[in-house]
Every structure is written in C-alpha cells, then in structure tokens.
Design a protein around this ligand. Sequence first.
Ligand SMILES: *Cc1c(COP(=O)(O)O)cnc(C)c1O
Length: 372
Amino acid sequence: MQFIDLKAQQARIREQIEANIRKVLDHGMYIMGPEIKELEQRLAEYAGTKYALGVASGTDALLMPLMAKEIGPGDAVFTPAFTFIATAEVVQLLGATPVFTEIDGKTYNMDPIHLEEEIKRVMAEGKLTPKAIIPVDLFGQPADYDEINAIAEKYGLWVLEDAAQGFGGVYKGKKAGALAHTAGTSFFPAKPLGTYGDGGMIFTDDENMLAILDSIRVHGQGSDKYNNVRIGINGRLDTIMAAVLLPKVDIFDEEIELRQKVANRYTEMLGAHVITPFVKEQNLSAWAQYSILHPERDRIIEGLKSENIPSAIYYPKPLHLQEAFANLSYEPGDLPVTEKIAAEVFSIPMHPYLSEKDQDTIVEAIIRYAKK
Ligand SMILES: *Cc1c(COP(=O)(O)O)cnc(C)c1O
C-alpha cells in the first residue's frame, strides 16, 4: 500500500506522457519550449485567471511575487504557522519579517480574527510595516478569502494565495489560484497536480504583475536577456516538466472527484472514532491530504506501521517554533490552537486510485488502535 500512488496514475496515461516527452526530445527546446505556454494557457483557463506563469517550483511561485512587490527589510508579512516551511521561508529570505497567525481549530486554515489582531498589534508597535498576507489552502481546502481579502483592503495590504495544496479546490464557486491578487501553486510530484520533478505556477489577473514576474523569471531581464533591469532568479519551469503535466491536466478534474469519493468514505467510516476533516459547505477540497486528529496519534501511527500502512505527520512542528525562525523569538504557548493541532494531527493514504479494500483495511486498523 502506498501513501500516494503515482504509479497507478502513470499506468493510465504513460503512453501520452512518453509521447509528450518524445516531442520535446524531437524539437529540443528544453528551456521555454512551446509546452510551457500551452500549460500556462490551459491552467489560467482552468483557474479562471487572466494569466499563468510557469516557474521552477512552488517555492519560487511564492518568492517571485514577493520580489515583484519589493517586499523586504522592515516589512511584515502575515502567514499561518501551521504550514510547510516554504510559505514563510520566502518572506525571511527577502529580509522581511514573517508574523505568524493562528489557525481555525476546525479547518486548520488562517484565522481571520487573529490575523486582524496581529495586523493591529504590529501597527501599534510601529517597528514593522504590514505589507502582505499569505493564506494557505491547507490540505487542499481554500482559506477564508472573503474575510481575508476584506481585512487586506481595510489595512491596504496585498494578498498572495499559497495554493500549493489547494489547486483543484473551489471556494464559493471560484477555483483555487483565483482567490487573491496573486497565487502560487506547486507541481512537486506528490501534490494534487504533480509532475516528475520540481515545478510551479503563478496566477494573476494583474498585467503589470505578470510583466515583472516574466522579467524576474529570467534574471531580471529587460528588452533582452543581456539587458538586466532588476535582480531576478533562474525561475523557469522546464519544458519536460510541462510536457509531463499536460496529460495529467486532462484527467485532473476526474482525479479530484475520485479523491472526494475516498474522502467521503473515510469520513463516513472514521467520523465516530477520530476527528475527521471539516470542509466548509462553500468549499471543495482538492484533498492534497486527508488529515485526522487523535490525542493518541503516536500509538495509532505505530500500530499502522506494524501493519505496513503508511501515514505521515503534516506538520509536527509549527513554524513559529522552528529553529530557522528563532530570530523572531516565539515561544511554546504563543499559538495554542496551532500547537494543539500539530500535536494531534496525522495524515493517512490519499490518492485517486486508493481501492475500497485498502480504504477498509486502513479504517479498520485506525479504529482498532484508536480504542486501545
Ligand atoms: C509544497 C508546498 C510549497 C512549496 O512547493 P515546492 O514545489 O516544494 O517548492 C509551498 N507551500 C505549501 C503549503 C506546500 O505544501
């Protein structure tokens, strides 16, 4: 049994993937080949944004928009502490200061009430200038964008959606990737839409933002690549990565539905024994992870392991307690909801091709170890 079974998907579309890779080998445009533009157009259309820009990773998809907004020293950027390190890493990399917000105890997404409190606190302190908010679509469920975008507008802040896990999800009829001013997603193999290596995509409706990102993607190029008008990076998506993704886009919606079916069965069978994911009525999750809570998490995980059932903890240590952010002087107890969830959460196998038999085996074992 696999935590995420990439082979099952490959067996389905291997011929198209091989044909697409062969096409790249034939035309030889390994850098910025035609598959990049094709993927950008298809995914902009999918998300419902005007523009999409292929980049080298989900991390670059967050870093580059922050660079475009010239976020730097003295600026405060608000992110949840319960997320993958990349969300806040890019902030500190630019010399700006991550300010960690609490999460909602049910959705595990950014708590808009605590967000506003933190904005007010930072303003009152007067040391940092609030500039941006990075909500995360954690485990596949979009964050509360109406509330967050309204707070952003009230305080003149800019919002960057971290849709690395959320791409494929829906919020009030709008797709993840289109829920804030700019969004970034990841094509890391294990993400809902993953390639066979690293990759990412930025989404925006803002033409000016797109032009700056286009320049940043190739070392800050101006009219040509040896005319550099700003500091950029090598942030390009590889042509082969785009070629691999194209056949995956064809079956993406169907795969999201299959994930939803797995999630529904899990929730039905596990609901009385552990705390199952809470997805708001207005949302559809992309089900990047199926994450549950139990106070005896470690015992359950050990039990599952003894029966060769894989599981994982996303995330055992919240960002405010990571050594990488020791400079920010957070302490245990500063974000109690985040810390409680981090102590009890774990994720179980989730992918579109998980058989009902395997689901039953997983559920039966969890119920047994949850009771002991
Ligand atoms: C995976 C992930 C990223 C980073 O994406 P990479 O492609 O691995 O660089 C950023 N944020 C979140 C929430 C993620 O899950």
